[in-house]
Design a protein around this ligand. Structure first.
Ligand SMILES: *Cc1c(COP(=O)(O)O)cnc(C)c1O
Length: 347
């Protein structure tokens, strides 16, 4: 493996020093200090002070939860921001390229466009697995990032360990494994493998299983060296005070989160059973996530019919290999019952 972080980091980023904000220099430790350093309004209202730019309290709780050292972690305004930071740190506009594997999460492509980076799309195989040989053949010295979404959105399956290892061992840029749905899966996170693979980057989010899509909190897990590069370009206050506090509160009730995940997975089993008996549904794909992809006779018509009944799902038909597919998110019991009733009425 010929991975060299220094070689793949953008030249301008290598030369940067992280912006040092007033709150970076001294963080309140409880002793009675007078803070006249950041031009804040001194009257307390809960959010009159700038947030901790390194989110120390929140990170230590998350590091504990994920069994990852704090120094291997960076937090972002959703994992979408984390993904953008990765682009901006490693991909030179108009020069470098990234590799994405459709059908997959749309944001990788959007970010490639925004950052003016060539996006090399290499379709998954028919069973929605990475085509390792084809990927490596399409790779060159300017291929900086490879995005593996596992469990994959919108297909719902996890990628095979052997294939991921094949890519980690042979791709000379960063392999970004997007684990947005890992908390719904029985598969282990790749976070345990950081020491084996210096080019491994993992992204996770509090938006899905943790039920915090509204506060925007994403996690990047990688080597300390990679995290240090990302820290140089991270906006200092990218995770706001309200988000940090709300996440801390939610994480205190971890048993409640676990209960919700169990409930969602139980509901998924039930919905899956029903979907398999709906006449216009031709195939129900296996799912390691909190959604189910199905193939139907005519996705546009079925989507419209469900909409008429007040149920909004996602039509994924415009994605390659996903002709006439619909994606259902698992809702509450009541919502799922409404979905099931609607499906039966349409049938
Ligand atoms: C939903 C989703 C995300 C979203 O992340 P945020 O943390 O909400 O920005 C990232 N990756 C995938 C694959 C997703 O489906």
């Amino acid at each position: 493996m010929n991975f060299n972080l220094n070689k793949i980091t953008r030249v301008n980023v290598k030369g940067l020093k992280p912006y040092s904000s007033a709150r970076d220099e001294y963080v309140a430790d409880g002793s009675p200090m007078v803070f006249l350093d950041a031009n804040e309004n001194p009257f307390e209202n809960g959010v009159n002070r700038y947030p901790d730019p390194q989110q120390r309290r929140l990170k230590s709780v998350l590091a504990d939860r994920k069994a990852v050292p704090v120094e291997n972690m960076l937090l972002g305004n959703g994992s979408d921001e984390v993904l953008d930071l990765i682009y901006r740190a490693f991909c030179e506009p108009k020069v470098d390229n990234v590799i994405t594997l459709p059908p997959t999460y749309g944001m990788y492509k959007v970010l490639a466009g925004i950052n003016d980076i060539e996006n090399r799309e290499i379709l998954l195989t028919k069973d929605f697995q990475p085509d390792v040989d084809k990927i490596l053949k399409q790779t060159d010295a300017n291929s900086k990032l490879l995005f593996l979404c596992s469990p994959n959105n919108p297909t719902g399956n996890s990628f095979s360990k052997e294939k991921i290892i094949g890519l980690l061992e042979n791709f000379s840029g960063l392999v970004v494994i997007d684990e947005a749905y890992i908390d719904f899966s029985t598969e282990q996170s790749w976070a345990k493998k950081l020491e084996e693979y210096p080019n491994l980057v993992i992204t996770q989010t509090l938006s899905k299983a943790y039920g915090l899509a509204g506060i925007r909190l994403g996690i990047c897990i990688a080597s300390h060296e990679i995290i240090s590069v990302l820290n140089k370009i991270k906006p200092p206050y990218n995770v706001n005070e309200v988000t940090q506090n709300h996440a801390l509160k939610r994480l205190q009730g971890i048993s409640r989160i676990r209960l919700e995940i169990t409930e969602i997975l139980n509901q998924k089993k039930l919905v899956m059973k029903v979907l398999k008996h709906v006449a216009f549904i031709e195939k129900v794909y296996p799912s390691d996530a909190n959604f189910i992809l199905v193939k139907v006779d005519n996705a546009d018509i079925r989507y419209e019919q469900l909409l008429q009944k007040g149920i909004v799902i996602r039509n994924r038909s415009n994605q390659p290999l996903c002709e006439n597919t619909l994606r259902f998110t698992i809702g509450t019991t009541e919502e799922n019952i409404k979905l099931v009733m609607a499906l039966k009425e349409i049938n």
